[in-house]
Design a binder for this molecule. Structure first.
Ligand SMILES: *Cc1c(COP(=O)(O)O)cnc(C)c1O
Length: 354
């Protein structure tokens, strides 16, 4: 039973008995490295996206890098990135030798809007932020290549189609806090099987007849088995997350806004992010929630914004600056019990919109 004194953590992974059994089977199989489970995971993502081919790898960052490499986004290429994003995007662009062009995001769903991307760039990386779909199709009309960052949206649908299928590549992360996890891991999917072949080639340096620089970006079968076991319940995870988000939406005090608007069918409710009128109201709400045993989190701090890391003028990124100062994320994950969800709803309902 949940006592009011135990803090409900902002995030916690869910490990099912079937996950443990899947990992145990690999440990007993005598084959631990890259092997059949990895190939199965790659096939599972091709099935999810109804075609194409994929390359599993060691992280979401590695998946971004492999996407750039396989699509020829390298030295001289200019890549639009949303400033409200994981530093992994910036790192992967730099690792590929390309040049980041950091852009402001939309005030309501925090995604990269095509109209904020300058003309003439080679590529863009829209992030489906906290599961809210970015306009990948709109960006295709603006830049040559689109790499969809699905690290926070795996399992999410738009108009019945998986998020990720509108670009030239889609990347996923299986880090511990993500929708499905295997500790550390990632995957890049391409609609074009030839691009996937180039990523697969780069991932494996061992026993190659012809030399070119490659890297060990493998995922092991141990990790792949865990990711696969979680992938098998992706729909159930989506439905549980969506049901929790809808309960929060119903408990929301009048006047308080939520990132990404409606929680429509198919939405991957990765986070439920409140938007306050200002920094003081946000921090006061965070303290109130903590006093009620609910650990809320600032999803991205202002100093983490990519334009800040690059030393660019914050005034050029007003939406992201405002979001970083006014947003607060509630616990939202399948491992929450119904009693915990009730407690969070009650605490949320007592917040003021101020
Ligand atoms: C987590 C995340 C990444 C990076 O994934 P890692 O597996 O941690 O390298 C990239 N982009 C977004 C949007 C993420 O949330």
């Amino acid at each position: 039973m949940d006592s009011a004194r135990t803090m409900i953590r902002h995030n916690a992974p869910q490990v099912a008995e079937s996950d443990i059994a899947a990992v145990e089977a690999v440990l007993r199989s005598g084959w631990l490295a890259h092997g059949p489970r990895v190939a199965e995971l790659e096939a599972a993502f091709a099935a999810l996206n109804v075609g194409g081919a994929s390359c599993a790898c060691s992280s979401g960052t590695a998946a971004l890098f492999l996407a750039f490499r396989a699509l020829g986004i390298g030295a001289g290429a200019r890549v639009a990135l949303p400033t409200y994003a994981c530093t992994a995007l910036l790192n992967a662009v730099h690792m590929a030798g390309a040049e980041p062009v950091v852009c402001d995001v939309r005030a309501d769903d925090f995604t990269l809007a095509p109209e904020s991307v300058p003309q003439g760039l080679d590529a863009a990386v829209p992030v489906h932020v906290f599961g809210a779909p970015a306009d990948a199709r709109g960006l295709r009309g603006k830049v040559r290549l689109v790499v969809e960052d699905c690290c926070q949206s795996v399992g999410g649908l738009r108009d019945g189609r998986a998020l990720g299928v509108d670009g030239h590549a889609a990347v996923y992360s299986f880090y511990a806090t993500k929708v499905i996890t295997c500790g550390h891991g990632g995957l890049v999917w391409f609609p074009d099987a030839a691009a996937a072949e180039r990523a697969l080639d780069y991932r494996n340096f061992d026993c190659r007849r012809e030399y070119m620089p490659r890297f060990n970006l493998h995922l092991s079968d141990i990790n792949a088995a865990l990711a696969l076991a979680q992938f098998a319940r992706l729909e159930a995870i989506r439905e549980r997350r969506l049901a929790i988000a809808r309960r929060y939406a119903a408990a929301l005090p009048r006047g308080l806004a939520v990132q990404g608007g409606e929680f429509d069918a198919g939405r991957m409710a990765y986070r439920f992010v409140l938007l306050f009128s200002g920094l003081e109201a946000r921090d006061a709400a965070s303290e109130r929630l903590a006093a009620e045993g609910v650990q809320a989190a600032v999803p991205v701090e202002d100093w983490e914004l990519l334009h800040r890391y690059l030393g660019l003028d914050p005034e050029r990124f007003p939406n992201a600056e405002r979001i970083a100062a006014t947003s607060l994320s509630l616990p939202l994950y399948p491992a929450l019990t119904d009693a915990q969800v009730d407690r969070i709803c009650a605490a949320l309902n007592r917040l003021e919109a101020a």
